[in-house]
Design a protein around this ligand. Structure first.
Ligand code: PLP
Length: 229
């Protein structure tokens, strides 16, 4: 047996309990929040352990890593959560089931064209930079309407929702406000785009705050898998 399995399954169970408690506290059904394990920079044995435990969807930060792992484990659903450069759009279109980091009109158009050429239809989220940090990717909230329109115009992209990250070193209050802002943006645009149901927000350090503000997908790495190598 893979020696990682018991440690990882204990940590996974602990995260699931925290997730369920946060959902109940917010008056939400725990089943309405999907836990997405982030395997970026983790050794392949840990991915194998998660598969053995029964997990079947994982997130990677870099396109190249996602391509390698999606090729090694095609039975799993692979999510791209890191920034997407246009020269990597083809690989992403061909291998990612979900792309959380669309952030410009040009990228929507390019990805839509490449996905159509590959005969694929990835689920996509538009990433919003709600904290104004220059180091973060994501469109500005003022640009969101045009990016959403560009994504929705591509038949080979399935527009599912929005994604954001809390600011580094922010207070809980500020992080929560950033998550609330994403939910409000989603609600504002959901009338025009009824498929806009997902809110991808929350990581190891802040997923409970994200659940309080309506997260439907939480991306959790180190709390499940330990420190990255
Ligand atoms: C690394 C990463 C995560 C997971 O971070 P942890 O703190 O390990 O849970 C989630 N989302 C994005 C976009 C990331 O890059």
């Amino acid at each position: 047996m893979n020696p990682q399995v018991s440690a990882i399954s204990e940590r996974l169970a602990a995260v699931r309990q925290r997730l369920a408690a946060a959902a109940r506290l917010a008056g939400r059904d725990p089943a309405s929040v999907r836990l997405l394990p982030v395997t970026k920079f983790q050794p392949p044995e840990k991915v194998a352990a998660l598969l053995e435990i029964g997990e079947n969807a994982f997130a990677e930060n870099r396109v190249q890593d996602l391509v390698e792992r999606a090729t090694a484990w095609p039975q799993a659903e692979w999510h791209l959560i890191g920034p997407l450069q246009s020269n990597k759009a083809k690989a992403a279109a061909e291998h990612a089931a979900w792309i959380h980091s669309l952030d410009s009109v040009e990228l929507c158009q390019r990805l839509g064209r490449l996905a159509a050429a590959a005969g694929r239809r990835p689920k996509v989220l538009v990433q919003v930079n709600g904290t104004g940090e220059a180091s973060k990717s994501g469109c500005r909230p003022e640009e969101l309407a045009e990016v959403l329109a560009a994504a929705a115009a591509e038949p080979a992209l399935e527009l599912k929702g929005l994604m954001t990250m809390g600011a580094v070193d922010a207070s809980d209050e500020d992080t929560r406000a950033a998550f609330a802002k994403l939910r409000i943006l989603r609600d504002q645009h959901a009338g025009v785009y009824p498929g806009l149901t997902e809110l991808s927000m929350g990581m190891s350090g802040d997923f409970e705050l994200a659940i309080a503000e309506g997260a439907t997908l939480v991306r959790v790495g180190s709390s499940i898998l330990g420190d990255r190598t």
